[in-house]
Design a protein around this ligand. Structure first.
Ligand SMILES: C[S@@+](CC[C@H](N)C(=O)[O-])C[C@H]1O[C@@H](n2cnc3c(N)ncnc32)[C@H](O)[C@@H]1O
Length: 187
């Protein structure tokens, strides 16, 4: 997939801001593919906006659709300001706050990209509770080898086990890029 204009803009923003944690291939293009499959009037949530690269990939999958909403939550007020000043479709909402606090207030979603500390390394259950039946969850940065700290490696393994063993989910590990786990919440 070629790089959509919005993604290129967000990547330039990341460079300008010195933000180095944007999603990489294949996570980015996968977000576009998964967004395109969201059902009519569906809802998409991203935890951790960063500089907007993931948001831009999600939006790129929604060409010609205005029935879907995208909500993205970010703790860092400066990032929220920088990203939300750019031009986005009206169905994108930027929420400034701690995903751990905000998540229980947002309702259920058809696609969640869990890419912040909260809702992934802590409070995974909040994210699972926010998956509608049939919803898809993408979790990035799942390779323990990414983290020098053995405690964080243990957290990654615990999250991986939780996703694999949860009877509400069917999941697959994708050992590409920073390693992904893709899960569907069963009906
Ligand atoms: C890996 S980056 C997100 C990258 C972005 N999703 C993308 O695809 O380009 C993680 C982001 O989560 C934010 N973050 C960390 N803890 C958070 C929390 N508790 N609630 C919301 N955002 C948080 C960080 O400030 C950072 O911008």
């Amino acid at each position: 997939m070629s790089v959509p204009v919005l993604v290129a803009e967000a990547s330039r923003r990341a460079e300008r801001l010195g933000f180095t944690a944007s999603c990489e291939d294949p996570a980015g293009p996968m977000l576009a593919v998964l967004a395109a499959a969201v059902p009519r009037n569906g809802r998409i949530l991203e935890l951790g906006t960063g500089s907007g690269v993931g948001t831009a990939w999600l939006v790129s999958g929604l060409t010609d659709r205005d029935d879907v909403t995208v909500t993205t939550v970010e703790l860092d007020a400066d990032l929220v300001k920088a990203v939300s000043e750019a031009s986005w479709p009206s169905f994108v909402t930027f929420v400034e706050g701690d995903a751990g606090e905000v998540l229980p207030t947002l309702g259920r979603f058809d696609l969640i990209f869990a890419d912040a500390v909260a809702g992934k390394w802590t409070g995974l259950e909040l994210t699972l509770n926010a998956l509608a039946p049939g919803a898809v969850l993408l979790v990035d940065d799942m390779s323990p080898a990414l983290y020098p700290d053995p405690e964080h490696q243990a957290i990654v393994r615990r999250v991986e086990r939780s996703l694999a063993d949860d009877p509400r989910l069917i999941s697959v590990r994708i050992p590409a890029g920073t390693h992904l786990t893709l899960a569907t919440r069963r009906y």
